[in-house]
Design a protein around this ligand. Sequence first.
Ligand SMILES: NC(=O)c1ccc[n+]([C@@H]2O[C@H](COP(=O)([O-])OP(=O)(O)OC[C@H]3O[C@@H](n4cnc5c(N)ncnc54)[C@H](OP(=O)(O)O)[C@@H]3O)[C@@H](O)[C@H]2O)c1
Length: 228
Amino acid sequence: MNKTVVIIGGSTGIGKALVEKAAKEGCHVVCFSRSLDLMDRSFSSYSNVHSYHLDLESVNKHEFVSALKNHVSIDILINNAGYLVNKPFHELTKNDLNKSYQINSAGIMEVTQYTLPYLNKASSHIVNISSMGGFQGSAKFAGLTAYSSSKAAICAFTEVFAEEYKNSSIKMNCLCLGAVQTAMLEKAFPGFKAEIQPEDMAAYIYDFANKQGRFLNGKIIPVSLTTP
Ligand SMILES: NC(=O)c1ccc[n+]([C@@H]2O[C@H](COP(=O)([O-])OP(=O)(O)OC[C@H]3O[C@@H](n4cnc5c(N)ncnc54)[C@H](OP(=O)(O)O)[C@@H]3O)[C@@H](O)[C@H]2O)c1
């Protein structure tokens, strides 16, 4: 496998496991997050992993594009980064809302837009990582207004993008994840033990990203064993 895979949010949890999975499969992996030192340390044994700083709260277009230019012909972009605030609705601040929407949706749209010129012209697949909380009709949980609604926005983005680019070689789909045992899950549901580990979900996402761009476009797919 010699595909080029870009992973947004590759430092911890599912993203870190995704970087490792793609690297072990022989992909050329380009990962971004705020924690450059952590990624450099975690992936130092992989010569095929390249880490760069990115803060979705204030995307530096020049810095991001300069990094991408080293890795043209991107086959897969996985928008995995996410931020969760767990607070009663009446306590949410403007900053909580802005930060959630910037990281979970607007920032993801920005980096997707900047990545377009560097995608493989023959065929590419963009996979957005949303949440069951953002999946229409799913069970909802108190305290997750900012998180779930900003994750729902990325679902709508997927559908509109797929329509706008339907005659191109770019496919986009969205996975709405259920509970996976990470620091974010502990923040959302303290004490809850998920059946799925980050490595299991990473293997699923990797396989999906690799194969399903040939068959699906603009789809919002629930990936969940339990609720939460
Ligand atoms: N775990 C679950 O049960 C679950 C369920 C549904 C959906 N999800 C989704 O799965 C994805 C991965 O979550 P996780 O559970 O693995 O959580 P996590 O361990 O907290 O990972 C979040 C990732 O997002 C990155 N990130 C956060 N803020 C960022 C910013 N401002 N700029 C750039 N990157 C940023 C983090 O990197 P830095 O902190 O280094 O920047 C980290 O790599 C998220 O989109 C989450 O919403 C998870």
